[in-house]
Write a protein that binds this ligand. Structure first.
Ligand SMILES: [Zn+2]
Length: 208
C-alpha cells in the first residue's frame, strides 16, 4: 500500500461540463474541488459506470466500498477518484507543452526524423539539428527524435552536410488539453473514453 502522501498526488482526470477531458490534477486538488462542491466524482465502477456523485455521496460510497486506493482512517476513509467532472465553467490557463525528452518522443511519434523508422524509446536519441557547439539551441525547433544510427551518422554536422533530410520541420507543439501529453505514460485505463490519445498526432499533421 502506498503512503497517504503519495496517494494524494495520484492523478485525477478532470472533465468540463461537457464531459470533455480538460486537465489532470492531483487527488489533493480533486478533493478540494469536490469538497467545495465545484466538481463531482465520475464513477468508473462497472456496476454504475459514469454515475456522478457529489462529495457526501462519495464519502458514503467510500465507506461501503471494499477496495481501491483510499486515504483517511478506517472509520472515515475516502476513496481516491479517478475522474471528476466540473460543475462550473472553469477558465483553465493555457499552458505551454513542457519541453522534455518524453514530449519530443511523443511529438515525433517515436519516429526517427531522419530515416523515418519507429523505435522503442531506449533506442532513440534526441538530436540537435544545428549542433550545440555551432550555436544550436535545446528547444522544440532544434531538437528531434533520432535513432542511434542516424545520430551517429550525422555526428556534429548540419543535416545537409551529412546528406540527410528531416522528415519535417520541428515545431513547438500547440497545447491541446486532450493531448496525450497531459496524460503521461501511466494514465488510468478508465480515462481513455474521454481522451483521444491520437489527437496529438492529428494536430501535428495539420501543422506540418
Ligand atoms: Zn534513423
Amino acid at each position: 500500500m502506498l503512503p497517504v502522501s503519495s496517494l494524494l498526488y495520484s492523478q485525477v482526470l478532470v472533465l468540463n461540463r461537457l464531459w470533455q477531458a480538460v486537465h489532470v490534477c492531483s487527488a489533493r486538488r480533486a478533493f478540494l474541488l469536490l469538497y467545495q462542491g465545484s466538481a463531482q466524482v465520475v464513477s468508473t465502477d462497472p456496476a454504475n459506470e459514469y454515475a456522478t456523485l457529489d462529495f457526501p455521496e462519495w464519502l458514503q460510497h467510500s465507506q461501503d466500498y471494499g477496495g481501491g486506493d483510499v486515504v483517511g482512517t478506517v472509520a472515515r476513509r475516502v476513496r481516491i477518484p479517478k475522474i471528476i467532472v466540473l460543475r462550473t465553467f472553469d477558465r483553465l490557463p493555457k499552458k505551454d507543452v513542457k519541453f522534455s525528452r518524453q514530449n519530443v518522443f511523443e511529438r515525433d511519434s517515436h519516429t526517427c526524423q531522419y530515416c523515418g523508422s519507429r523505435f522503442d524509446r531506449a533506442e532513440l536519441n534526441l538530436d540537435h539539428v544545428v549542433p550545440r557547439d555551432r550555436g544550436g539551441q535545446t528547444n522544440w525547433e532544434n531538437v528531434v527524435c533520432s535513432c542511434v544510427r542516424c545520430n551517429t551518422r550525422k555526428g556534429n554536422r548540419l543535416p545537409h552536410e551529412a546528406n540527410m533530410r528531416l522528415l519535417r520541420v520541428p515545431r513547438k507543439p500547440r497545447w491541446h488539453p486532450l493531448s496525450a501529453f497531459a496524460l503521461g505514460p501511466q494514465h488510468d485505463a478508465s480515462w481513455r473514453k474521454f481522451v483521444d490519445v491520437s489527437f496529438w498526432r492529428v494536430e501535428l499533421g495539420d501543422a506540418a
